[in-house]
Design a protein. Structure first.
Length: 533
């Protein structure tokens, strides 16, 4: 093991940071939580700033989306690379470099002078963020023994839940009061504190067996992720009038399929692959990751759907729409550590199964949404969803890594985070596609059920026309035409609401089915801690 030149002075001045001290692992956890909070916050806080960016930079909606897409693409590409970098150059050094990249990228976003410079700065940000998440998970798993791992992962989940919850609200406040650049400036003090904490607290660890870089595997996974995410992002884009049947989208999907096939063949053939796909041969690991894939698919997908409903149907502002999600984040932050404590008492299966039951119930409640819902129907499902996700996430991640040996932790954490990222991106695209298709279906059904030339339609339009004349002062000559238009708009809105309810129903049913594989999962036998590698 290579020794850190900063290590001895740090130990003399701060004995609690010595890696043999019982409190050391908790200092590492705090360090990782702070870094994770910063990285996840940036993935949610920027969304509310996009309209201001469009006005300031003179960019259209289709163009400004690259502020999100650029970050997402590089973030995804760095996920599988993070494990090799950590094992090759050291966990502390690579984690520190990721924080520097992310903080520097935030500063460059703050001072960006045009759209191109902003996109380049976002690429730098994404490179750092794509390393922070999987490496942070590997550090926590490596430093904590199995009997403390559930609590540690639960506390780590608080940082992710808090930033996801507060991100839209913080972003809305900053944009309204200080402009869009302030959403990037907020990262600078947090990033600097995280950098100093990493230098002072963490010890270095480098694998003695340095693997050669898997160029073919990296190239194929990069092509797969970029082509897949571009297809998922542009499949429902406003400029893409042909939708998923567009030649460009079909080519991207074909390229993604070919590159994924090549990647699997390469990684299973090489003795030292970039991504340890052989880990998926472990039934419990592969099954757990399958459930994690669906969990993030539903988390990101429903988080994508509800703001559409709040803003397009109920007329909420972006800030108010973000505030609705606060209870979900708070419940996730509360129940994640609680579920971690439950692991040592009842095992990880019980909170996961209970969490999926709560999640499914919250999704079924969302199938009752309407154009004028009761207040409890807005707040209760979001609250329950936070409880469900909080109960599920920590035990499921503990189950995913419980069968891994210490030297597999970096590769396993990288693979877990890669599957989560693809699941979240796929959820947004899949839910958007289902929403569009069900919307067309319900509009057709409602259109068939309403004949604008029928006597019933004329009577309804006449009643509404009379009301408009009496209450709104609209001229009688124009009132009938306006009334007919309002009826058609109401039918269109209700078709949209019904389409959203259909998506929630599908996800609710799938959530119930997830209980079956979780019940079949084999739990790893408790292991005593024999030292940290």
């Amino acid at each position: 093991m290579l020794r850190n030149p900063f290590r001895q002075p740090v130990i003399r001045r701060f004995p609690s940071f010595h890696h043999q001290h019982p409190s050391y692992r908790w200092w590492v956890l705090a360090n990782v939580m702070l870094s994770t909070f910063m990285a996840v916050l940036m993935s949610t806080i920027v969304n509310g700033a996009l309209p201001s960016m469009m006005n300031a930079l003179g960019a259209s909606l289709d163009v400004i989306q690259w502020v999100l897409t650029a970050y997402l693409l590089v973030f995804s590409v760095m996920l599988p690379l993070s494990a090799w970098l950590a094992e090759r150059f050291g966990y502390k050094l690579v984690f520190l470099a990721a924080l520097v990249l992310f903080t520097a990228g935030s500063f460059l976003c703050f001072v960006s002078w045009d759209f191109s410079s902003l996109v380049v700065a976002r690429l730098i940000q994404g490179a750092g963020g794509g390393i922070i998440m999987p490496l942070g998970m590997a550090l926590i798993t490596r430093e904590f023994p199995p009997n403390q791992r559930g609590m540690a992962m639960g506390l780590w989940s608080i940082s992710s839940a808090a930033s996801s919850s507060f991100g839209p609200s913080i972003g809305g406040y900053l944009v309204d009061n200080f402009g869009w650049r302030s959403t990037f400036l907020i990262n600078l003090p947090v990033g600097l504190v995280a950098i100093v904490a990493t230098l002072v607290i963490q010890r270095e660890f480098i694998h003695s067996d340095r693997k050669k870089f898997d160029i073919a595997g990296f190239a194929s996974i990069t092509v797969f992720l970029i082509s897949l995410l571009l297809a998922l992002t542009d499949g429902n884009a406003a400029w893409n009038t042909a939708g998923w049947s567009a030649p460009f989208i079909l080519f991207l999907l074909l390229l993604a399929g070919v590159s994924l096939t090549a990647f699997i063949a390469i990684e299973l053939h090489l003795p030292s692959p970039l991504v340890a796909l052989r880990l998926l041969k472990m039934p419990s690991f592969s099954l757990t990751n399958g459930v994690l894939f669906f969990l993030y698919l539903s988390l990101m997908g429903t988080t994508f759907l509800l703001p559409l409903y709040f803003q397009n149907v109920l007329g909420y502002s972006a800030l108010l729409s973000g505030l609705v999600f606060l209870p979900m984040g708070l419940m996730m932050a509360l129940f994640s550590p609680l579920s971690g404590m439950m692991i040592n008492r009842v095992g990880p299966k019980v909170p996961v199964i209970l969490g999926f039951a709560v999640l499914a119930f919250s999704l079924f409640l969302d199938t009752l949404l309407s154009a004028d819902p009761a207040p409890w129907l807005i707040s209760l499902p979001v609250l329950l969803r936070g409880i469900g996700f909080g109960l599920i996430l920590t035990p499921l991640q503990v189950m995913a890594v419980s069968h891994l040996s210490p030297h597999q932790l970096a590769q396993g954490s990288s693979l877990i985070n890669l599957i989560r990222q693809v699941g979240g991106s796929f959820g947004v695209a899949l839910f958007g596609m289902i929403l569009a298709q069900r919307n067309v279906f319900h509009r057709a059904v409602f259109g068939e059920g309403v004949d604008i030339h029928s006597e019933a339609f004329d009577q309804a339009a006449a009643q509404l026309s009379h009301s408009l004349v009496q209450n709104s002062g609209i001229a009688p000559a124009a009132s009938h035409q306006i009334a007919a238009l309002l009826i058609v708009q109401s039918l269109t809105k209700n078709a949209y609401i019904q389409a959203i309810c259909d998506v929630f129903f599908i996800v609710a049913v799938l959530s119930l089915f997830c209980i079956v594989p979780v019940a079949l999962l084999k739990e790893a036998a408790p292991k005593s801690r024999k030292g940290t590698p």
